[in-house]
Design a protein around this ligand. Structure first.
Ligand code: HPA
Ligand code: MG
Length: 225
């Protein structure tokens, strides 16, 4: 695909979408009519997200297969990615002689207002993580930008003494203030734009959009708090 960079030798960052990627015109896809004024482009189509997730599931199976894991889904943004990733792992377990027994748990983080991150990070559902002790934990997060939230979360989860922690991040954003933190499994590396859809929100809107899209200025105005 023109403009998409794919390094054969370095897959750590997943599919690298360059800064000059304009996205696809909205007219080429379907999306809810109520968002027709609120989006600039389709940045990553739903089908591509699913295809990439299928491969991440395979990589996870190859690394962790035959271990028990606890999948820790980071809400709310991570719910769709987590559900699809778990589904893909289930399919692989049915169709191979490897197996990956999974428990699924949830944690909720909130640090964004409008399109800005706020310094106070709230972690909910973190009180009862004692079940993670001695377990292999796979944290599933939709988006990593500065890496600070993930650092805080990792410190928090480590305190419960799991045997191992791996992180799957669907998106990693190239931000100037980034810590350079990279999840163990990365779907896509994206430019520093505010994206919505596939459970990623702007003030709770756009979770009901399948594709990952770039929000328009008008959309930001309309749903601003
Ligand atoms: N979209 C939605 N939520 C986010 C983003 C984003 O681009 N970055 C951090 N949280
Ligand atoms: Mg959010």
């Amino acid at each position: 695909m023109a403009g998409w960079e794919r390094k054969q030798t370095d897959t750590d960052k997943g599919i690298v979408i360059p800064d000059n990627w304009p996205g696809y015109p909205l007219d080429l896809f379907t999306f809810p009519e109520h968002y027709s004024e609120d989006l600039d482009c389709v940045y990553i189509p739903h089908g591509v997200i699913m295809d990439r997730t299928e491969r991440l599931a395979r990589n996870i199976m190859e690394d962790l297969g035959d271990h028990d894991i606890v999948v820790l889904c980071v809400l709310k943004g991570g719910y769709q990615f987590c559900a699809d990733l778990v589904d893909c792992i289930k399919v692989l377990c049915r169709n191979s002689n490897k197996t990956l027994p999974m428990r699924v748990d949830f944690i909720r983080l909130k640090s964004y207002l409008n399109d800005q991150s706020t310094p106070d990070l709230h972690i909910e559902g973190a009180e009862n993580l004692s079940g993670l002790s001695g377990k292999n934990v796979l944290i599933v997060e939709a988006i990593v930008d500065t890496g600070k939230t993930m650092k805080t979360l990792l410190d928090h989860v480590e305190a419960f003494r799991p045997k191992m922690i791996k992180v799957a991040g669907l998106l990693v954003k190239r931000v100037p203030s980034g810590t350079g933190y990279l999840p163990d499994y990365v779907g896509f590396e994206i430019s520093n734009r505010f994206v919505v859809g596939y459970a990623l929100d702007y003030n709770e809107y756009f979770r009901d959009l399948n594709h990952i899209c770039v929000i328009s200025d008008r959309g930001k105005q309309k749903y601003k708090i």
